[in-house]
Design a binder for this molecule. Structure first.
Ligand SMILES: Cc1ncc(COP(=O)(O)O)c(C=O)c1O
Length: 359
């Protein structure tokens, strides 16, 4: 190995930059003694709603639970269908399945890797209860339109990319997200008061008032400690997003000047993109990833298996070849390190090593 290691993410650097604010947030919660609910959660929800361009934000325990409770709040259940993308993290489809509904996968646009809105609209039928596009890697997906079928946006990777456009959006604050908590956390944002009310009920076992259960829900609450830390980080999100966009521009400049094959494709440009990930389409992806690992450069494969070919969905009857664009993306996509702490030198090393591999 020649040159310094290039880590895939650097959470300790991000925490170190904001350490005083994070320590103060934790101390506030310890002094208040309100660990579940309380002022930190309420204030975070108000601040997040403003940031997400929605009138309500409801803090929940993870992005997975945000998807689950948003779909549940719309009444998605047994026998229903939800049209979605096969190219996402498992939680997107898992939430649909956990409610007894059936995911209907339609293929992606090969440039943006997001759900193709025309194919999605064409797949809407009598049982369709919702459409679920994913702003994959931080690239805002077009919002499909199919009569009054509600759209839930999976915005787990895209906070700050575009204001809420669907009926609700699910956000994740998993530590590697652009706004990361110190553990699992998420939120539903919506401008529909009835969805907000329903998600608020669902996250606390449907209790209203306490110990009087109007509906069956779960325990999907956001902890006060996470809310306080997220409040400390939220004012810095714009700055960190600008840093991610600057790193993406740098990669584009470096690749333009590098002797890489034309088949190596960079992410589609969209000025709203927030680059939770910078994902290239690479010929010989797996040998390339091994070459980079041997050179001390960490990469990730998002996602090696499309959702329609996951073993747990075998009974849905999809086969290899059913959704060729998503399958090709799963063979070729490689996420390169991108985060606010990556230096120009590190990025140059990544691109140099990629060029060396193809020589
Ligand atoms: C597209 C997408 N949807 C949903 C989730 C689930 O979020 P969480 O990990 O917070 O449950 C993730 C997280 O990785 C994601 O990337």
């Amino acid at each position: 190995m020649t040159g310094a290691r290039v880590p895939f993410v650097d959470i300790t650097a991000e925490i170190a930059w904001l350490r005083e604010d994070i320590d103060a947030a934790i101390a506030r919660v310890l002094d208040q003694g309100r660990l579940i609910g309380g002022p930190e959660v309420e204030r975070f929800e108000a601040e997040l709603a403003a940031c997400a361009g929605a009138s309500h934000a409801i803090g929940v325990s993870s992005g997975s639970d945000a998807l689950l409770s948003a779909l549940w709040a719309l009444g998605v259940g047994r026998g229903d269908e939800v049209v979605t993308t096969p190219f996402s993290f498992f939680a997107t489809a898992g939430a649909i399945w956990r409610l007894g509904a059936r995911p209907v996968f339609v293929d992606i646009d090969p440039a943006s890797l997001t759900l193709d809105p025309n194919r999605a609209a064409a797949a809407v039928g009598g049982r369709t209860r919702a459409l679920l596009p994913v702003h994959i890697f931080g690239h805002p997906a077009p919002i499909p339109s199919a009569g009054d079928t509600p759209v839930i946006e999976d915005a787990a990777q895209s906070l700050g990319a575009a204001p809420l456009r669907g009926r609700a959006a699910a956000l994740s604050f998993f530590p590697t997200k652009n706004l990361g908590a110190l553990g699992d956390a998420g939120a539903v944002v919506t401008s529909d008061p009835s969805v907000a009310e329903r998600v608020t009920l669902l996250r606390a076992h449907g209790a209203q008032p306490k110990y009087h259960h109007q509906i069956v829900g779960g325990n999907f609450r956001l902890d006060a400690l996470h809310a306080a830390v997220l409040r400390a980080k939220l004012p810095h999100l714009e700055r960190f997003t600008a840093a991610r966009r600057a790193r993406a521009r740098r990669y584009r400049e470096l690749f333009e000047a590098a002797p890489v094959p034309p088949e190596l494709r960079l992410p589609a440009h969209d000025e709203r993109h927030v680059y939770n990930q910078f994902v290239v389409r690479a010929p010989l992806r797996d040998p390339l990833a091994r070459h980079l690992a041997a050179a001390g450069i960490a990469t990730e494969v998002y996602y090696p298996v499309p959702l329609h070919l996951q073993p747990c969905f075998a009974e849905l009857g999809y086969r290899e070849g059913s959704l060729p664009e998503a399958e090709a993306a799963c063979r070729e996509a490689l996420a390169l390190p991108i985060h606010p702490a990556i230096t120009g030198e590190m990025q140059a090393r990544v691109v140099d090593e990629i060029a060396r591999f193809y020589l």
